[in-house]
Design a protein around this ligand. Sequence first.
Ligand code: DHE
Length: 544
Amino acid sequence: MRRSSVVLLVVILGLVVQVAAAQQPAEAPPLSDEQMSEAFDTYFDLCSGCHGPTREGATGPELTYDTLALKGPAYIKAVLFGGLPGGMPGWGSQGVLTDEEMDLMAAYLLNPVPEPPLLSFQEIHDSWNLIRPVEDRPTEPQTDRNWQNYFGVILRDAGQVAILDGDTYELVSLLDTGYAIHILRSSRDGRYYQAVGRDGKASLIDLWTEEPEVVAEARPCLDARSIESSKRDGYVNDYVIEGCYWPPSFVIMDGLTLEPLKIVSTVTYEKGAGARVDAARVAAIVASEHSPEWLVNVKEAGQTWIVDYSRMDADGQPLGVTILDTELYLHDGGWVTGGRYFVVAANNEDKLVVIDTHENALVAVVDVSALPHPGRGANWVDPEFGPVWASGHLGSNRLSIIGADPDRHPEHAWRLVRELELPYTGNLFIKVHEHSPWLIADATMSIHPQGPASLCAWRKDDLENSRTCWQVDGAAEQNARMVHIEFNQDGSQFWVSGWAPMDKESFIVVYDSQTLEEVHRIEGEWLVTPTGKFNVHNTANDIY
Ligand code: DHE
């Protein structure tokens, strides 16, 4: 029987068990302290991102005794094994959780929610580790390599970042970073990468040493997804900000040493007028290049906080915060070319929120299909609608394209001007480059057997007639999900990760950006669970 049929069968069996067992709320199975602690850690690693640190629900549903008791442990285990359409991964079928671990998690979810720990500023400061002081760092690049075409590759389950030479594909260095490392961002000058792990650990990577190295670390959060630096001229590399999923806060650090300077709680009220939100997690953070500000998206509060860091060096470290009430469940987003407008997905509300950073104002909310997931989105000039910005969707098989030029195309601005269809749901990332004719999309979270191993492309000048999709050679055999597209510095190639489970072989495919032909494949024992890839030039300059 095909793997997908097995998964479906197990989910159906679970549902049958649920119906049979329904009406009788399950007992909460007793767990030892050790089991609770193990399950708590697993929950933090795999579940809290979507279901919330206190299991109150966010992108995924609430997971408390009240919502699960009637469903019972057999149902919970079946879902843990096979996943559900709409984004819930099959942790058992993917080999992430063993049978015993699924039993433990099913029992844990029926037990009361434990209080997650908090962090004091002193504890955060104590976590700071300055490995190479600024005065011991080079004043010019110590390498002959074209470091601006380096790719920083996330090796998720190794807790490492691989730095690859984008000209030669060679591995330049392999660096230990945070656990279940999530993303990289580049400083405005490209010299530094900031890395953030799911365990909240921030790492600063210097690319000017002969071999890139981690020069500073700190752990401002216990659970985190976002990090960014100060990018405005005059403030480049002054500060780094990390957004926490837990504790609900963001922390500002020195940009060259990661010394923690200031912590700000994000506990607040829903859209400034609703229920108190104790687990107000920080999702995407972007840095403006025209003003000394970060846009900090507070997910469960439905607020975008515009944080002005320009006076942080004055007495009292003044920090200006403009709070915009936007939409609930803000997740990821990116700049519209030009850097004036920022678009962020309110994913559980099926909306895109547009913010004008000249006026610091909410300018539009666009209704789109289920679970928009833009990454940082994609910008290009549409032959009919002018400049546009686009997002993919986790929960539908659409790509949403909105007009993004209110000055010269006001009739299309912030309106859904096109929807493109993918053969599958479960898209995570899309990407374009001005030197490539193509818009590329993955289908990483698709539950269709062929979805995760496939990629699709459309010609930007003929979107309605040019879709081409292909299965990536060897991906299905390795159970690899194709994920995250990144162009090289000149846009002549794009790289896509083949993200396989730990016991299989992962790889990165390099494509010619004109012909879509595979031109190279990066492989190696060190290439463990590659996910995001960040080209220095494109990341530093917000090219996407
Ligand atoms: Fe991510 C970006 C949160 C799962 C790979 N992810 C983001 C951002 C957020 C986020 C808030 C935007 C950061 C920014 O711009 O400052 N991601 C979450 C989750 O809460 C979620 C759904 C579940 C979780 O528990 O973490 C989640 N993310 C994943 C994955 O499973 C991915 C595919 C691989 C992994 O890390 O486990 C993944 N997320 C990424 C990547 C980006 C990202 C590669 C950056 C994309 C870019 O081009 O900027």
